[in-house]
Design a protein around this ligand. Structure first.
Ligand SMILES: [Zn+2]
Length: 61
């Protein structure tokens, strides 16, 4: 069973989000699509958050 990546609400504490994302808090930023928090900057940054990328690959028709 695959777990769907969850969007991290922008109201989430930055330090908590960083822990979820596995990156330093200063590399956390907003996803341009859903405004959720993502590993936006720095090494291995993912500008589009995991939830949006999963939605993209899932293609519901
Ligand atoms: Zn997103």
């Amino acid at each position: 069973m695959e777990e769907k990546p969850r969007r991290i609400d922008p109201a989430t504490d930055r330090a908590a989000a960083a822990q979820l994302l596995g990156c330093p808090p200063d590399e956390v930023g907003y996803c341009p699509r859903c405004q959720g928090l993502t590993h936006r900057y720095g090494r291995g940054a993912q500008v589009i958050c995991a939830a949006c990328r999963a939605a993209e690959t899932a293609s519901p028709d």
